[in-house]
Write a protein of this length. Sequence first.
Length: 233
Amino acid sequence: TTRQLVMSEKLAAIGEITAGVAHEINNPIAVMQGNLEIIRDLMGPAAEEARTEFRLIDQQMHRITEIVTKLLQFAKPQEYARLAEEYDPAGVIADTLPLVQHLLRKTMIAVEREDRATRFVQMNRTELQQVLVNLVVNAIHAMPEGGRLGLRTFDSGSGVAIEVSDTGEGMTAEVAARIFDPFFTTKAREGTGLGLSISRMLMAQHGGSIAVRSQRGEGTTFTLWLPASDDAF
Ligand code: ADP
């Protein structure tokens, strides 16, 4: 469709621009970070008085680095190693949970798992994990008062589906229609708006897909789908 065409042109443009400038941004930031450290040392005990300001600068530089890193994934996705491994997606979910454990601990979130998929998938493992982390972190953000995080795998058509569901705030149809757009975010300070657009790109690169169902006030379910490799286990 025209909309998809516009989107892929947008992504390609972002990729090109990023490839050119990402390194140019990272280098000066590294220099600034190094010199900030030196200044702090030179100030000695007086640095304590500017503690808040130092922390603020640190945080903001960290944020720039994070955004540049995410942008680089647009620019050079083909540089990611394509490992020809086949695996049970439930294993990746198991590996993903420890990465978000610190966030889960902060709120009353119960994790519900169901592993019913009987087929292997072939998507690069690191990339599938990256998509899962994006979805799980979003789900946790959507449940500040706690709730249930569901992680399910099951066979679906000729492939495997992985569901990430939450009982959080949900979203309006207007928001849901835009969440895969690069830079679309409703998180004023924290968001980059890149998580879901990158996730969709990664799924597409492996012949898979990502879809969302959401109800305001009820919760949200993201469904990943990947073609199964030939072997079953
Ligand atoms: P970011 O998290 O940085 O905003 P994303 O691309 O990951 O970027 O998400 C885009 C937007 O989609 C979020 O700002 C939020 O509005 C919405 N969203 C994503 N996941 C959920 C969810 N589980 N529940 C409610 N809203 C969500």
